[in-house]
Structures are given as C-alpha cells and as structure tokens.
Ligand binder design. Structure first.
Ligand code: AKB
Length: 321
C-alpha cells in the first residue's frame, strides 16, 4: 500500500456531519493536516481544524487553488442541500449537489487528489421499491430532487472510478441523529428536533406521521463508518456507487416511547407536512450486509442507548447556553 501524509480538506465542515468528522480527523491526523471549509466567516471557535477557508464549493477555480495551496490529498466533500430544502430550490440543489463533486473527480483524475469521500443517501431508492430490508443493487427510482441528485452523483462516482481509476468512496447515509450541531432541511430531521423540544418544551409536534419507519443512525456510528470505509484497502471495495448503510429503523412513535422511558411527562402529537410524501417514498429498513463484509461496518448504539446519550448531552448543552 502506498504511504503518504494525508492532507485533508472538508467541505461543509460546519454542518451536522462536518463538525464531528473534522474533530475526529484532527484527532487522527493532527490539526496541521486538516483544512475545514464553509460559507461562514472565520471565527477561532468555529472548528478544531488547523486551517479554515471560507469558500463556496461551486467556485471551481477557488476550490482548485485551495487544493493546490495546501497540497490536499484527501477530500471529504460534505457540502450539500438536504431533501426538504432541495424541493424548494430544485435547480440550485442540482448545481450544488452534483457539480462540485465532478470538480473534485476531475482533480483526482489529473492526479491532484488521491481519495474522495462523498455522501449519498437513502433518498436514492424512491417509489415502487420494497420497503423492508432494501438491498444494495435494487433499481433506483428517486422521486425527489435530492434523491435524483444523489443517484446521479453515485453514477458519476462509479464512472470516474471505472473509467479513470479515481478512488472516490461513498455511503448512503440514513437519517443522522446528533446533539453537537443541528441538522438542517432534511426529512429525517424530526428525529433530531424531537430531542431538542423534549428537553426545552417537554413536548413535540412531529412533521412525520406516527407509524412511518425510516432508517436512522447515531452520529458516532456514522463517523466510525465513514472513517472505516476511507481506511479500507481499495481492493476490498466491491461497490463504487455508494454503500448501503442501514443503522436503526424506527417510527416517530417508537422514538417517542424511548424518550418517555427517560422523561415520563414527554408528549408528542403529529402534523405531517410536505416531507411526509418524501418519507413515504423512502425505505423503512436497509440491508447493509455488503458494507459489513467489504470493510467491517458495525454499530455501537441501539435506539435506547442513543436516546439516553442524546438526552444526557442535550441537557448539558442547552442548560449551558
Ligand atoms: C434528509 O432527510 O434529507 C437526509 C438524508 C436521509 O439524506 N437526512
């Protein structure tokens, strides 16, 4: 295996995944080897990375310059518009979710980058696909702008790998649950909001109906999976579109029951909005056996451990603010 010092660029570094992934990458590689980027102005409390670049990932020339200036070897390209927001800004979502990925793939093709991580989503599946235990290779039929952009991105990843040897790796993330940085604009975000409202108000109105199951994952498990995939030997990887990742599968009602176990006075009601139709087109559970076999995917948190951890940390965080 080729050995070199990794110099890492993270786009969307101030987002829900970006904040936590940056911290872990800094722990592993050292702050001096990690460059965070985002749209916000620089503030020393913003990130643990050694460097911060304020940049719009759609600015191809600027991104290329940053890659060259820092001699970046590995990119975690997380900047993306999620499902709910993408429906409201379809053309912008297409541009943001697909074009910067192609820019990074072109740079890798030219030898400027060695490895790219790009997140896909369970949104790629869509209508007419069985709900339960959805396999890696089912026909994709997304009906949302976000799902279409992720499906196209996956095919571009495979294309650049097969045709040009670009080492671009990807995971189909389920809904991600975390307490450090709030999610924004997704359909699975109810499963984050519910915890904030439980701690702050003792009640929550869910925009997803009570019996709609979706795959979800606690952030610690998502970060571990991402790092494991990126560390896996190339030859072990049999999927070059994007790996299925199942995580946990539960409904708003089941999550509310878990919260009630910890906070008996917690109350929930349901007022589904436009995101219900998006959730209805997504799988309830996912088969991720290929990721387990190829690169050792595993999870540490079940729904009750996750609930306890979320409530414990949010209580500290929200009281401290
Ligand atoms: C969303 O709800 O849009 C995201 C996702 C599942 O990709 N969390």
């Amino acid at each position: 295996m080729e050995s070199y010092t990794e110099k890492i660029l993270i786009t969307g570094a101030l987002g829900q995944i970006g904040t936590e992934l940056t911290n872990r990458l800094v722990e592993i590689h050292g702050a001096e080897n990690v460059v965070a980027s985002g749209l916000d102005r620089w503030d020393k409390n913003l990130t643990s990375a050694g460097f911060y670049e304020r940049m719009d990932v759609s600015n191809t020339q600027l991104v290329r310059q940053v890659v060259k200036d820092y001699e970046i070897t590995t990119v975690y390209h997380l900047a993306s518009l999620l499902s709910g927001t993408s429906e409201r800004q379809p053309l912008f979502a297409w541009k943001l979710n697909v074009e910067p990925l192609l820019n990074f793939c072109e740079m890798a093709k030219e030898g400027l980058l060695k490895k790219i991580f790009w997140p896909s989503s369970i949104a790629v599946f869509g209508k007419g696909i069985p709900k339960e235990n959805v396999g890696q290779d089912v026909v994709l039929n997304p009906t949302t702008v976000y799902g279409i952009s992720k499906m196209a991105g996956e095919k571009w990843c495979e294309y650049y790998h097969d045709k040009h040897g670009v080492d671009v790796r990807s995971i189909r993330y389920p809904g991600l649950i975390s307490w450090k940085t709030p999610a924004g604009g997704g359909t699975t975000d109810y499963a984050v909001e519910i915890f904030y409202e439980a701690v702050e108000q003792g009640k929550y109105t869910s925009f997803i109906s009570e019996n709609t199951a979706m795959p979800m994952l606690y952030m610690d498990d998502a970060i571990n999976a991402t790092l494991k995939l990126m560390e896996a030997p190339k030859e072990n990887l049999t999927v070059r579109t994007s790996y299925n990742l199942g995580g946990l599968s539960f409904t708003p009602k089941e999550l509310a029951t878990e919260i009630k176990n910890e906070m008996p006075d917690f109350e929930i009601d349901y007022q589904p909005d436009f995101r219900q139709a998006i959730a209805d087109s997504w799988p309830a559970s996912i088969d991720d056996s290929i990721a387990k076999k190829d690169w050792g995917l595993s999870y540490d948190f079940d729904i009750s451990e996750m609930t306890k951890d979320m409530l414990k940390n949010l209580k500290i965080k929200l009281n401290a603010n």
